[in-house]
Ligand binder design. Structure first.
Ligand code: ARG
Ligand code: ZN
Length: 847
């Protein structure tokens, strides 16, 4: 049942073009398809034609006009070679499908009266019989017949009338980029002219009433289009670019050619309804989907094993964009926080897989942090190794050489080799081997020479017991004891298991290692609190400055958990200095004030050979916050006042950074004043950032019930805002109450569990409440498993995705491991479990 990379073969036929007609009806949509096909010279011989197709009622099938009497099987239709000409031919099919009952939200489905599609990775086969694989590319012509006022598909408009519209997409594309939308929609529009003078009509389509929440997404789109022209020389290539916001969506958004479809939470924003984090995410996702037009659409993937070819690169590009729009230092810290929280977690557990996997059962299970985020890190390392110029030359070559191709990671590496002359044979291991390398460091100084010795260890992962040394770029700086930089950032290239580097040094330097987090590795090094505090105060690299503070806090919290230590002046004073240092960016100070997360702490303890106790991590982290609050307390009110933003809300990074620091200060204040300041701030808030920020401060202290009621009354009609209401009270519930709170909210009339956003904001929020989910009672595990089993028959993709809540089970004690094992066994034994959830559960059980 698994698909293997090594089995790849080109498709037997080529598709010259596709014409589709949709006659839309909720339970009986007719799709007729005309495919002009020809034998593929890359597959010599006379072959059967196999078309994918699932849940399709075949109404008619004709080959060059002649009816064929063939019956499809459960996954498609085979036309035997004996019936096929050896010359080009035309195949016509008509099928009936039922969008209204499509609860999987894959293929053509309905969301609150609107038709929409999601075809990546393999949804097109639920629309019509077709070779549903990314290396089959063709131009599409689409006719939509419906009484709904707005009818959209890919490409350029090619005519419309009463009850119909036609679209032509001149760019050959794989079926996964197909899209169709029909509904009662209104557009927020803007014009754009590309660098070479092409006029493009930009439209963001939303439900009537939402059009005043599109301005930020539109502004982000225009900035993205301009940025791709200047940073990568990439222009847009159609006359229109449409974005549609949909409420029922399994993921964030989708880059369909000329017709991006978005989860509405990543489009709609106003100061009253969206937080600063929402604004930043909207900007990043709009950019990400737009950037796919070149990295994904013009150059696509040969097969789904190459997914990181488009996703890693597009994430890397959206990270660069956000850095340019905001702050590179802050963006890098946020990206690394996410990488560690999601990807390191995945890479260290039973779901670990290479950036380019070599087998899968269900490809939807591989849209992971490893493919996306580690995929982006690998590109960042490549860029560091070949330099900015080398990277620019390689990318230019990639676009000229592969435009119109369905390419591979080998193609990608070849453009770097050809453009820079660098041999990437060893580097390629980053794509083929899973696991987070651990790098140990030793120092030696003999009075003249300073020596750094590195040793890398590449831990075993499922199916990969042994692996070779990686190429690890370690960005290094050296400071002298006065805090002056004596060696500016230099990239050391680790290529062997053990390696030493020597530097002349008249005084013992303080090293700043892995600046900018130059490689996705775990650095293992004994460092004194004094040295960490020194780097927090003096490092010239902003990432490592933050990292020093982070490490200081993590070392302390680990000691609090394991031997009852208490916060002392080394950490408290260091944090105080950063918090009140007005020369530093408030966003950076807010990040420096953020305590290590509980899950992160559990992973770190496990990595150090200590079994983490979630309840104890929770209570010690709380004690840490309280100590910090007492230490900073006297100066907090002045800081909170000084950071108040007069005037109307603006979503820019500067204002957002000030709000973030203000809320961080308010959170500490709330541990001292019984929530008075937060309650006042809640009532004074004129934007969602402060409204949510103040509410969280209250919830963290067991307060806020009155505010939750006010919030619900005010926002009950707004789905995206109500998702926050559900999520916050679960995510910030006391560990002993998290399960009961979740259970209660699943009975709330607004808990529409078939809506993925709502499901995630309730069940996902419990999974993210570390001490609540891992409660010793096992109630968290049971409730999440119950709901996954309930969702699975309707929406296997989202159920499977959310099952990753269980991926960390090997870290915990025997009792918890047994509880998780029982839930995984219960899921595995459920009759009719989907392929999606079945694969995930199997991998987590080590099957
Ligand atoms: N390509 C989309 C994006 O990264 C995500 C599609 C996810 N698809 C899936 N089957 N999980 O922007
Ligand atoms: Zn993507």
């Amino acid at each position: 049942r698994a698909v293997h990379l090594s089995d790849y073969q080109p498709f037997t036929h080529i598709v010259r073009d596709v014409a589709l007609t949709f006659r839309l009806a909720p339970r009986a949509t007719r799709v007729s398809a005309t495919l002009r096909l020809a034998p593929n010279p890359a597959r010599p011989g006379h072959h059967d034609l196999r078309l994918d197709g699932e849940n399709l009622r075949l109404l008619s099938l004709r080959l060059d006009g002649q009816p064929l009497d063939l019956t499809p099987d459960a996954t498609g239709l085979t036309i035997p070679a004996a019936l096929l000409p050896s010359a080009p031919f035309t195949l016509h099919t008509e099928v009936e499908i039922s969008p209204e009952t499509n609860t999987a939200l894959e293929g053509l489905y309905m969301s609150r009266g609107m038709y929409c599609t999601q075809c990546e990775a393999e949804g097109f086969r639920k629309i019509t019989f077709y070779p549903d694989r990314p290396d089959v590319m063709a131009p599409f012509r689409v006719r939509i017949e419906s009484d709904l006022p707005v009818l959209l598909s890919n490409g350029n408009p090619a005519g419309q009338g009463a009850g119909w519209a036609e679209w032509v997409d001149p760019w050959p594309k794989p079926a996964y980029l197909f899209a169709l939308v029909a509904g009662d929609l209104v557009a927020h529009s803007a014009p754009f002219t590309t660098a070479s003078g092409r006029a493009v009509a930009l439209n963001i389509w939303v439900r009537p009433g939402d059009q005043d929440r599109c301005a930020y997404a539109m502004d982000s789109l225009i900035r993205s289009m301009r940025w791709d022209e200047t940073a990568y020389g990439r222009e847009y290539d159609l006359d229109v670019f449409n974005i549609v916001a949909v409420d029922d969506f399994n993921m964030g958004a989708m880059e369909n050619k000329g017709l991006n479809i978005f989860n509405s939470k990543f489009v709609l924003a106003s100061p009253e309804t969206a937080t600063d984090d929402d604004f930043a995410r909207i900007e990043a996702i709009i950019a990400h989907e737009y950037f796919h037009n070149w990295t994904g659409n013009r150059i696509t993937c040969r097969d789904w094993f190459q997914l990181c070819l488009k996703e890693g690169l597009t994430v890397f590009r959206d990270q660069q964009f956000s850095g340019d729009m905001r702050s590179h230092a802050v963006k890098r810290i946020e990206d690394v926080l996410l990488l560690r929280a999601r990807q390191f977690r995945e890479d260290g557990g039973p779901l670990a897989h290479p950036v380019r996997p070599d087998s899968y059962v269900e490809i939807n299970n591989f849209y992971t942090a490893t493919v996306y985020e580690k995929g982006a890190e690998v590109i960042g390392m490549l860029k560091r190794l070949v330099g900015d110029d080398g990277y620019a030359r390689a990318l230019d070559l990639y676009f000229t050489r592969h435009d119109g191709d369905a390419a591979t990671i080998e193609d990608w590496l070849a453009v770097f080799q050809d453009a820079t002359g660098r041999d990437l044979t060893q580097f390629k291991r980053w794509y083929t081997e899973a696991g987070t390398p651990r790098v140990k460091v030793w120092e030696d100084w003999d009075g003249e020479t300073y020596t750094l010795t590195f040793e890398q260890e590449n831990p075993p992962t499922p199916g990969q017991p042994e692996k070779g040394a990686k190429v690890i770029p370690v960005a290094l700086g050296l400071l002298n004891p006065n805090g002056d930089e004596v060696l500016p950032t230099t990239v050391l290239e680790l290529t062997e298991t053990r390696q030493s580097f020597r530097f002349p040094a008249a005084a013992r330097p303080v090293p700043s290692i892995l600046r900018g987090f130059s490689a996705p590795v775990i650095l293992d090094r004994e460092v004194s609190p004094e040295e960490r505090a020194f780097l927090l105060a003096h490092d010239t690299d902003p990432f490592n400055r933050w990292e020093a503070g982070r490490a200081l806090a993590k070392d302390l919290l680990a000691r609090m958990v394991t031997d009852g230590a208490s916060p002392g002046p080394d950490w408290l004073d260091a944090v105080a200095r950063v918090t009140f240092d007005d020369t530093l960016d408030p966003a950076f100070r807010a990040l420096a004030l953020r305590l290590p997360g509980e899950d992160d702490m559990a992973a770190t303890l496990h990595g150090a050979g200590i079994t983490p106790d979630p309840a104890r991590i929770w209570s010690e982290r709380r004690r840490m916050a309280e100590a910090l609050a007492r230490h900073l307390g006297p100066r907090l009110p002045a800081l909170i006042d000084a950071l108040a933003e007069p005037g109307p809300f603006t979503p820019d990074a500067r204002a957002a950074g000030r709000r973030a620091l203000r809320i961080a200060a308010l959170s500490l204040m709330s541990r001292l004043d019984g929530g008075r300041a937060a309650a006042t701030a809640y009532r004074a808030a004129n934007n969602m950032t402060e409204e949510v920020g103040a509410l969280v401060c209250l919830l963290e202290n067991g307060l806020g019930q009155e505010e939750l009621r006010l919030f619900e009354t005010r926002w009950s009609a707004d789905r995206n805002v109500m998702d926050k209401w559900f999520a916050l009270q679960i995510a910030h519930a006391h560990p002993d109450q998290a399960v009961a709170t979740t259970d209660r909210l699943t009975r709330h009339p607004a808990f529409d569990w078939k809506n993925p956003n709502r499901f995630r904001s309730v069940i996902g929020a419990l999974s993210a409440n570390h001490a609540g989910f891992h409660h010793a009672s096992g109630g968290g595990y049971r409730l999440v498993a119950d709901w996954l089993l309930r969702l699975d028959p309707l929406n296997p993709q989202t159920a499977a995705r959310m099952s990753t809540a269980f991926e960390t089970w090997p870290r915990y004690d025997a009792d918890r491991r047994a509880l998780v094992a029982a839930e995984l066994a219960r899921m595995a034994a459920t009759p009719g479990l989907s392929r999606d959830l079945g694969e995930m559960v199997g991998r987590m059980r080590g099957a």
